[in-house]
Write a protein that binds this ligand. Structure first.
Ligand code: SME
Length: 150
């Protein structure tokens, strides 16, 4: 993974004079395009005062899971644990919401603003066991930068 190139391109996308929605969309599109095993990239954010996540921008196949209650699935678990969650093989995870038979693995990294968990980036992959420490490093960087613009 060309992590320095990926980080610097993310920074320049965020510096462009575009809206928040356009910035989040361009990050999704860029990550999906650049990383071969990222097959779906999306942002979920806390839905107002509700104990649920709401889908924001994404790149990849449309999903019916636009609202996810806290605690449900990989995403809902991260909303309450405040911790990165890497599932290298979704068939081994019981609390999982399937977005299609092609998805084999998933990584979710929380976004913090003023120490509060406000949302997350969610990546689905069609490969088993694709994620390394570099994915965590890159996606934590993305979440830190995104927290500055949301
Ligand atoms: N698989 C997720 C649901 C969201 S989709 O991956 C887009 C989960 O278990 O929370």
């Amino acid at each position: 993974m060309k992590i320095e190139f990926l980080k610097s391109t993310i920074l320049s996308e965020l510096e462009k004079p575009t809206t928040k929605i356009e910035k989040l969309q361009s990050i999704c599109d860029f990550l999906k395009q650049e990383i071969s095993y990222y097959d779906w990239v999306g942002f979920y954010f806390k839905n107002g005062d509700k104990e649920e996540l709401k889908l924001a921008q994404f790149s990849g196949e449309p999903t019916e899971h636009k609202i996810i209650p806290f605690g449900k699935g990989i995403c809902g678990q991260v909303a309450v644990s405040n911790k990165n969650f890497i599932v290298q093989d979704v068939s081994e995870q019981e609390n999982y919401i399937s977005c299609g038979w092609k998805v084999k693995s998933e990584i979710v990294i929380p976004i913090f603003k003023n120490k509060e968990n406000i949302g997350q980036i969610d990546i689905d992959s069609h490969s088993v066991n694709p994620f390394t420490d570099q994915d965590e490093e890159l996606l934590e960087f993305v979440c830190e930068q995104v927290s500055k613009i949301v």
